[in-house]
Design a protein around this ligand. Structure first.
Ligand code: SF4
Ligand code: SF4
Length: 363
């Protein structure tokens, strides 16, 4: 395993972290938690020492499963992270409610403290400042009481907004969605965080499954290597000097092996160098939907991720209408129900022109 320094701390973390949100669905439903935990233990055996979980992942069982695994390991042999935000506790939550939520997380994970606690899923600068106002005091108190070691945030904001969040100087690190599809959106953010000595953890390195499911389009990532396309996509992210940890969502031990292979011969380079190389190859894939589903709050109940997935097919040279008809089995005419309220575009993590695309689909 390749290890990196987490920002300006003395923590040595594995270049691949385990995203604990992909435990086997059937096993989770059947209550086979010990079996799921074996994957986490295997990851640790392979040198992975960073485990990222949250309430609600895997039918709200991820923290419990991860705790079963971590309780079998020496506490100083791993780092564990979880998350909270104003939506996690709900209603008009008090500081006491957030504290209770944190204590539940600690109990489930069977630990006395979290190494990283995230202000979770900040979608805009406005939400960033509101959530900081409401919750930062709670985070600081939890840190002073020894329940958390590092205060970090997770976000889908784009680069310049991320830069503003970084410049608040409130956080030790950040977790962002970053991959070979959307890298240019987040460039300034990761560079600013690196300069500040913050750790940068990346989620969604495979673009919501879009990269593995379109191996021909993304073959360029693996050119000149012995890596598969998904491994090369992980390597693409992990090789950024500015990025500390690349999270791989692993369901099986084979997924762990795949992820470890991706960083076997890692060569770290600055983002600017990587971008130049990719842009020389004529790669311009920032306009694809990653299927993150953050836009799923449409007042007209339009299933936007499915429509945008179909639009991806068009951009990748395939048939948009076939995708809608045979794969998703939804009529293209539904796209005409859009009232252009703009809600989805505000939420879209890829900043896609959803309204324009729906109009095109509706014809
Ligand atoms: S702009 Fe259209 S698709 Fe987007 S949320 Fe509003 S009605 Fe739904
Ligand atoms: S349209 Fe945007 S927010 Fe919705 S799934 Fe795609 S990338 Fe995510």
């Amino acid at each position: 395993m390749y290890y990196k320094q987490y920002g300006d701390t003395d923590m040595k973390v594995s270049a691949i972290g385990m995203g604990c949100m992909r435990y086997d669905d059937a096993d989770v439903k059947a209550g086979n938690f010990e079996k799921c935990a074996e994957v986490t233990l295997y990851a640790h055996e392979k040198g992975i020492n960073y485990f990222d979980t949250a309430p609600f992942y895997c039918d709200d069982k991820s923290e419990i499963i991860t705790g079963i695994a971590l309780s079998q390991l020496p506490r100083d042999s791993y780092y564990v992270s979880s998350k909270t935000n104003m939506g996690t506790v709900g209603g008009k939550a008090t500081e006491g409610d957030y504290r209770k939520r944190l204590e539940t997380t600690l109990t489930r994970l069977k630990v006395d403290y979290l190494d990283f606690y995230h202000l979770w899923c900040v979608l805009s600068l406005d939400s960033f400042s509101k959530q900081c106002d409401a919750l930062y005091g709670f985070f600081e108190k939890a840190k002073a009481d020894g329940l958390i070691r590092n205060i970090v945030f997770s976000s889908h904001m784009q680069g310049n907004e991320l830069e503003d969040a970084v410049n608040s100087d409130l956080f030790k690190g950040m977790l962002i969605g970053y991959n070979a599809l959307n890298y240019r959106f987040r460039q300034t953010g990761i560079e600013a965080a690196y300069k500040k000595g913050m750790g940068v953890v990346v989620m969604n390195p495979l673009g919501g499954g879009l990269i593995p499911s379109n191996p021909d389009t993304f073959r360029y990532l693996a050119e000149g290597t012995d890596l598969t396309v998904p491994q090369a996509a992980l390597n693409f992210v992990a090789s950024h000097k500015e990025i500390t940890i690349t999270l791989a969502g692993c369901t099986t031990k084979a997924h762990i092996d795949d992820a470890c292979k991706a960083v076997e011969n890692l060569a770290e380079r600055p983002a600017s160098e990587i971008y130049k190389e990719y842009e020389n190859k004529g790669v311009a894939l920032n306009n694809l939907c990653t299927g993150c589903a953050y836009c799923k709050h449409c007042p007209k109940d339009i299933d936007i991720p499915k429509f945008m997935d179909a639009y991806n097919e068009k951009l990748l040279g395939n048939n948009l209408h076939d995708r809608l008809k045979y794969h998703w089995q939804i009529p293209a005419s539904m796209a005409a129900e859009c009232i252009s309220c703009g809600k989805c575009e505000t939420l879209c993590t890829q900043h896609l022109p959803i309204i324009e695309r729906l109009a095109e689909i509706a014809g």
